[in-house]
Design a protein around this ligand. Structure first.
Ligand code: NAD
Length: 454
């Protein structure tokens, strides 16, 4: 399998894809290694994961280069991701022993009743490329700490990073038969669906997620899906500082080139401040430095996947044909690499694909609304349900809108943010189940009830 640098279109590595036979032998090895890992105990497993975090920190410059070379993520953002994701390890260190401990529910009764949280066994982690550290850790670190063995399939666009995870976990002390990596495209991912595994934890697109859930349904094992979004941000006319609101909204839309599951993908602005907001927003986007992702100051690099360029161009063309104005960007750069200048469209509405389908790239539509009721109804007019945000000086007003959202996460005066302290979950087409928080570790366990008399 060829690994291509999206900034240069050069082949930077050629990897050997897994086959049905190698997948089977990896599953067998993990099956053999899992029990000893479980019996090691939470404290020892946490010590090993902490060591892994230290190794990541020590090697972060090299790891950031690898991530940037295979995804085109600007180097500063690669470093931010590597540093930021270490918070998950701290979160586990602080809480995992407490959350995995046996709970005594009726200590004083003649029959004592207890709950134990046992690992699932050997689980599959089929992952995405856009934030491989964040979305990878959410699954494989929590699963390992809970006592599972993990078969990790990195995205074909983040395989070099996946292999780094394996070598650093092993260096930290995770046995070879407890964490394994499977290399390949979706066809290799398909082999995992046919393998004998005790849970499927997927991060990626709605289409693949549904396919996975259907294919493994007959196994009756846990399936969790962290899928896409079309996340709305509503800017109310009482914001304290319109320019600052525009700067924050633009960052939410264009960080990592818009390739975040919780990127702001639709903006609604109340009519009284609409013109001002659009002016500040476009000024901010114009100031972004687009270029080689290896440069420290670059904010917008190439897209990771060439096929997304056409998706975005089509969304822009559809919107313009239906009456939208392309105020900025949307052009391919005449240089090697999958570059597109960040695009801003106004005069948009929900007849346009741009406002209904996930873009997952550097494009945003800004729609004028007259009232909170109109904004609420447009924000909810969506098959996805990942996050929703409101910028406003008035908490009660913002909360009234956000309480009506059928989404897993709501933001007041912030956006495009994930924290290990609270669950990360999607509703509707954005997914099933939760990672992070205590729910995110319990997800990798199965309860056993003890009725204890004597
Ligand atoms: P994708 O669905 O194309 O691929 C995801 C993974 O699934 C890859 O490893 C791929 O090889 C594998 N795969 C593909 N076909 C398969 C099959 N038939 N069987 C098994 N595995 C298969 O998604 P992507 O392009 O990597 O990621 C982008 C999507 O992920 C976006 O929709 C984004 O919003 C979403 N995402 C969601 C979250 C979240 O936490 N909700 C986080 C990151 C990304």
């Amino acid at each position: 399998m060829k690994v291509i640098n999206p900034a240069t279109e050069e082949v930077i590595s050629v990897l050997t894809s897994d086959t049905a036979a190698t997948v089977a032998s990896k599953v067998e090895a993990l099956r053999a290694g899992q029990k000893a890992w479980q019996n090691l105990g939470v404290k020892q497993r946490l010590d090993i994961i902490e060591k892994f975090g230290e190794l990541v920190l020590k090697n972060k410059a090299d790891l950031a280069q690898v991530l940037t070379s295979e995804t085109g993520k600007p180097i500063t953002q690669s470093l931010n991701e590597i540093n930021g994701s270490l918070g998950r390890i701290q979160h586990l260190k602080t809480n995992a022993e407490k959350w995995l401990a046996q709970e005594i529910i009726t200590p004083d009764d003649a029959t004592r009743e207890l709950i134990a949280y046992e690992p699932l066994g050997v689980i599959a982690n089929i992952s995405a490329w856009n934030f491989p550290y964040n979305v990878g850790y959410n699954v494989f670190l929590y699963a390992l700490v809970a006592g599972n063995a993990v078969l990790y399939k990195p995205s074909e666009y983040a395989s070099l990073t996946g292999l780094k995870f394996k070598s650093l976990l092993q260096e930290a002390g995770v046995p070879e038969n407890v964490f394994e990596v499977v290399i390949g495209t979706g066809a290799v991912g398909q082999l995992l669906l046919e393998a004998d595994l005790d849970g499927y934890f997927f991060t990626g697109s709605y289409q693949t997620g549904v396919h996975i859930a259907k294919t493994v349904a007959h196994k009756l094992v846990p399936v969790q899906l962290e899928l896409g979004g079309k996340d709305p941000l509503y800017v109310m006319d009482d914001v304290a500082d319109i320019r600052q609101a525009a700067i924050n909204a633009a960052e939410g839309a264009f960080y990592n080139n818009g390739q975040s599951c919780c990127a702001v993908e639709r903006i609604y602005v109340q009519e009284g401040i609409y013109e001002d907001f659009v002016k500040h927003f476009t000024e901010e986007v114009k100031s972004y430095l687009l270029g080689d992702p290896i440069e420290d100051r670059t904010f917008i690099g190439p897209l990771t996947r060439p096929q997304q360029l056409a998706v975005i161009s089509d969304q822009i063309a559809d919107a313009v044909a239906k009456g939208a104005q392309l105020v900025l960007g949307g052009e391919r750069l005449s240089r090697k690499g999958y570059y597109m200048s960040p695009a801003v469209l106004t005069g948009v509405n929900h007849s346009m694909e741009l406002m209904k389908e996930e873009s997952f790239g550097p494009v945003i539509g800004i729609q004028k609304v007259s009232s909170d009721e109109e904004a609420t109804s447009l924000m909810q007019d969506m098959s996805y349900g990942l996050t929703a945000a409101v910028f406003s000086a008035n908490e009660d007003r913002a909360k009234k809108v956000l309480d009506q959202m059928n989404v897993g996460t709501v933001y007041w005066n912030c956006c495009d943010r994930v924290s290990p302290n609270v669950p990360w979950s999607g509703r509707k087409n954005s997914g099933l189940g939760a990672t992070l928080s205590y729910m995110g570790i319990r997800a990798f366990t199965q309860p056993k009830a003890y009725h204890w008399r004597g």
